[in-house]
Structures are given as structure tokens and as C-alpha cells.
Design a protein around this ligand. Structure first.
Ligand SMILES: Nc1ncnc2c1ncn2[C@@H]1O[C@H](COP(=O)(O)OP(=O)(O)O)[C@@H](O)[C@H]1O
Ligand SMILES: [Mg+2]
Length: 422
């Protein structure tokens, strides 16, 4: 049969098409780079802003599967333009808003309410960016997360902290993340908004107890010795609340036989803690032991604390390869300790990022006085000096990290509910 002109339909290519509307050269290049590595995804870039394109945005957008647009500074006009676009577009066309601003959770919500499916902040974690793009362009999302039973709250987020070399500052990061994640409010009697437990799995060099002035605990030693699976009562008896409010499961004073702990024991322990708390922060040992696997499996984020020296970066890379062998999707953030965030990343930093295949995401300056006073007093940095550059850098990191984790969890939950509707 011969087709008449009205019956000819143009078959869309099987490739997914992504339209990027942005002005910022660094955003354009990072997105270009990320999308180039996703198979069967084509990118078209339109320089400008969503609001600047006026009505033409709809026309550009219709032929695409995903619209990524930059919104910075003056945002309301972009949000209005996005609402209009959202109304015009098929629900299957997804929208990602990207911003360079340091936005709050409330602001991110405002953007999603206006119609964006996801909000990402620059600089991007390339892996995360690729994940989000792939997720939003897959017709039938396959990400399945267990949803908490009705009425119950979600299990705690797990943050694991590891180090590229001893003494680089992993325990400092773990302790201060745990303290600041509490989100304490109130001028005089500070009350925590989130319940945080800090677990010292660095059995042989465990220093968490002295960092927050609590006694070492025999809990993990006894588990290693008698091989039992811990229950909630046993853990409760072993956990103590430190002065800063963080609950702590400290490492034993005695040298524990490292290899006697089992993955099952650690898995049971983490699961029990996830029910009781909002965040479980784990200080990992440098040793590569089998029982780390449940921590890595459950981790929402792995923080790799390193310096920028060549040996440290090489070691960080080796560890990343080890940790991700069985956990390909494990998100890893690089924390550079003892260095201020550079204004411009020089060649050595870029080289480090290439080796790690990740951005050097967080930077913590050296502050010997505050760090020393904190250790001497057995208190977190915030209690010693809220205004020191190190405390503030920890604060920024904590905020960005918790926002990231919460956004990621929300998007996974959304994916599950969308999956159910489809
Ligand atoms: N940014 C920093 N500025 C100054 N001193 C620091 C900093 N980070 C860590 N330290 C200090 O370095 C020492 C080792 O840190 P620690 O967190 O115990 O390292 P790790 O757990 O990696 O072995 C501690 O005395 C700590 O107070
Ligand atoms: Mg340590």
C-alpha cells in the first residue's frame, strides 16, 4: 500500500534527546561531558535562559525527552517560564533545573513545586548527574527502593568515612559531621533536630571515644570474640550519649581480633541503628576487611578524606576501586583536608580529579589551634569555636551533604511511586 502524505509519521530515533538551556560555559561543558558518556543520549544546547526564550522554549522543548535548564540569581521569571512549559509539555518530558547558587532545601522545593523533576547544584558530581539523566529518560524506572511501611519513618541514612592515609583527618570529619548533622537549634539549651549515632569501626586505632570524651566500649570486642548477632538491647547498653548530644558506639580499648567480626554481625548492627536514628555515621578502618561490605552496601554516601599529594591520591583511587567493586552505585565524595578551597583549580588538582574520576568536592582548611583545643577538651570543633574557618567549612559540608542525601532519597521514593502508577 502506498502511504499518503498525511499518513507518513516520522519515527523518532531511538536515542534520547536532551535539550540544555544555559549560559554558563562551565555548566555547559560539564553537562556536555556527562551526557557524552551516556549511551544513546544526544545533547542539543541552546544558549540563553528559559525565560529569555519566551514562547520559543515550548517549541524547542517538545521534540525532546529531557530539558535541562540553568537558573541563577533572578529566579522567579525562570520558574514562571518553567510552569508554563510544564503545562504545555507531555508529562513524559522531564525537566532538570541546575543552579550555581548555594540554594536551601526550601528553595529547591520551590523549584520542584514549579515543575522541575530534579534540582542539581553546580559543580556536579558527574556520576550523580549521569544517574539522574538516565533515570529521568528511562520510560520504566528500575530503581527500586524499599519503602518504609505506612506510619513508620525511613531508615537512617548511613554515611561512611574513610581515609587515603592514616592521620589525614577521617575521625575529625566523622565526629564533626555527626555533631553538625544534629542540626541543633536554640540559643541556650540546644536541642537536636535529628538523632545521630556515630559508630567507631576503626577497631584497632579507634579514636572517636577520646574525640568526644566517652569511654571505650567492649561491645565490638565481645561480638568479635563470641560471634553472636547483636540485638537492640545489647546495642543500647553499649551506646553512650556524648556531651554534644551524639550517641556513640565506641571502639574497644583492647585490641580486637579484626577478622573475627562477620558481615552478618555488622549488617544486623547497622540495621538496628537505622531504625533508631536519622543518621548513622561510621568511622571505617583502613584495613580492607570483609565485614565492611554491609556498611558499603547500606551507605548513602562514602566520604573519602585525603590530601592532594600524589601517593594519597593514588591510594584513594585504589580504595575507591576496592569499595566500588561490589557497589558500583556507591556515591563517593572526596574531602580534601588541610587545604583551603582554591579560587582556581590548578593543574595538580585537575590531575587529581582525573585520577579519582570525581571532583574534589569538599575542602577543609588547616586550623591547628581549634583542632588541638577540640581534641584536648574532647569536644567537637563547633563547641570550641563556631567561627573558625575549619568549623565553618565542616558546616558547609554537612549542609550540602545532608541536602544531597535527602534529595537523592526523595527522588528514589518518587521513582518508586511513579513506577507503581505506570
Ligand atoms: N583541618 C585540620 N586542621 C588541623 N588539624 C587537623 C585537621 N584535621 C585533622 N587534624 C588533626 O590531625 C590529627 C589526626 O586526625 P584524625 O582525624 O585522628 O585522623 P585519622 O582518623 O584520619 O587518622 C588530629 O590531632 C586532628 O585534630
Ligand atoms: Mg581515625
Amino acid at each position: 500500500m502506498k502511504l499518503g502524505p498525511q499518513e507518513i509519521t516520522f519515527k523518532r530515533s531511538k536515542n534520547k534527546s536532551v535539550l540544555l538551556i544555559a549560559n554558563d560555559a562551565s555548566i555547559v561543558s560539564q553537562i556536555d561531558h556527562a551526557i557524552a558518556e551516556i549511551p544513546k543520549h544526544d545533547l542539543e544546547t541552546q544558549l540563553g535562559t528559559l525565560s529569555g526564550l519566551n514562547g520559543r522554549a515550548v517549541e524547542f522543548a517538545k521534540a525532546n525527552d529531557l530539558i535541562v535548564f540553568e537558573t541563577n540569581g533572578e529566579r522567579q521569571s525562570d520558574l514562571d517560564a518553567m510552569s508554563t512549559l510544564r503545562d504545555e509539555l507531555d508529562q513524559e518530558v522531564k525537566i532538570i533545573a541546575v543552579t550555581k547558587d548555594d540554594i536551601t532545601l526550601a528553595e529547591a522545593r520551590r523549584i520542584t513545586r514549579a515543575g522541575a523533576d530534579e534540582v542539581l547544584t553546580y559543580p556536579f558530581d558527574l556520576e550523580d548527574l549521569r544517574d539522574q539523566v538516565t533515570r529521568l529518560t528511562s520510560p520504566n524506572p528500575l530503581v527500586v527502593v524499599q519503602q518504609p511501611a505506612a506510619g513508620s519513618t525511613a531508615p537512617a541514612a548511613v554515611i561512611a568515612v574513610c581515609k587515603a592515609s592514616g592521620g589525614i583527618g577521617a575521625t575529625t570529619v566523622a565526629v564533626n559531621l555527626a555533631n553538625q548533622l544534629q542540626g541543633k537549634t536554640g540559643m541556650i539549651k540546644k536541642s537536636a533536630q535529628r538523632r545521630v549515632v556515630l559508630v567507631d569501626l576503626d577497631l584497632q586505632f579507634g579514636a572517636v571515644a577520646s574525640f568526644v570524651d566517652v569511654d571505650p566500649s567492649d561491645c565490638l570486642y565481645r561480638l568479635a570474640e563470641d560471634g553472636t548477632t547483636p540485638d537492640a538491647t545489647y546495642l543500647q547498653q553499649s551506646i553512650v550519649t556524648s556531651k554534644c548530644g551524639v550517641d556513640v558506639l565506641a571502639a574497644p580499648l583492647r585490641f580486637a581480633p579484626l577478622n573475627s567480626l562477620t558481615a552478618q554481625q555488622i549488617e544486623a548492627m547497622i540495621e538496628l541503628l537505622q531504625v533508631e536514628y536519622d543518621y548513622v555515621v561510621v568511622d571505617l578502618p583502613q584495613a580492607l576487611v570483609e565485614w565492611l561490605s554491609p556498611v558499603l552496601e547500606k551507605a548513602d554516601r562514602l566520604m573519602m578524606v585525603t590530601s592532594c599529594t600524589v601517593p594519597a591520591i593514588r591510594q584513594a583511587r585504589r580504595l575507591i576501586d576496592f569499595y566500588t567493586t561490589d557497589n558500583i552505585g556507591l556515591p563517593i565524595d572526596i574531602v580534601v583536608n588541610h587545604e583551603k578551597k582554591p579560587v582556581i583549580k590548578g593543574g595538580a588538582y585537575k590531575e587529581a580529579e582525573n585520577v579519582l574520576e570525581r571532583p574534589l568536592r569538599y575542602w577543609l582548611p588547616t586550623d591547628l589551634r581549634t583542632a588541638r583545643a577540640a581534641v584536648d577538651r574532647g569536644e567537637p570543633l563547633q563547641e570550641v569555636s563556631g567561627r573558625s574557618a575549619l568549623t565553618r567549612a565542616m558546616g558547609h559540608m554537612t549542609k550540602a551533604l545532608s541536602e544531597d542525601i535527602e534529595a537523592k532519597r526523595r527522588s528514589k521514593t518518587q521513582t518508586v511511586s511513579q513506577g507503581k502508577v505506570n
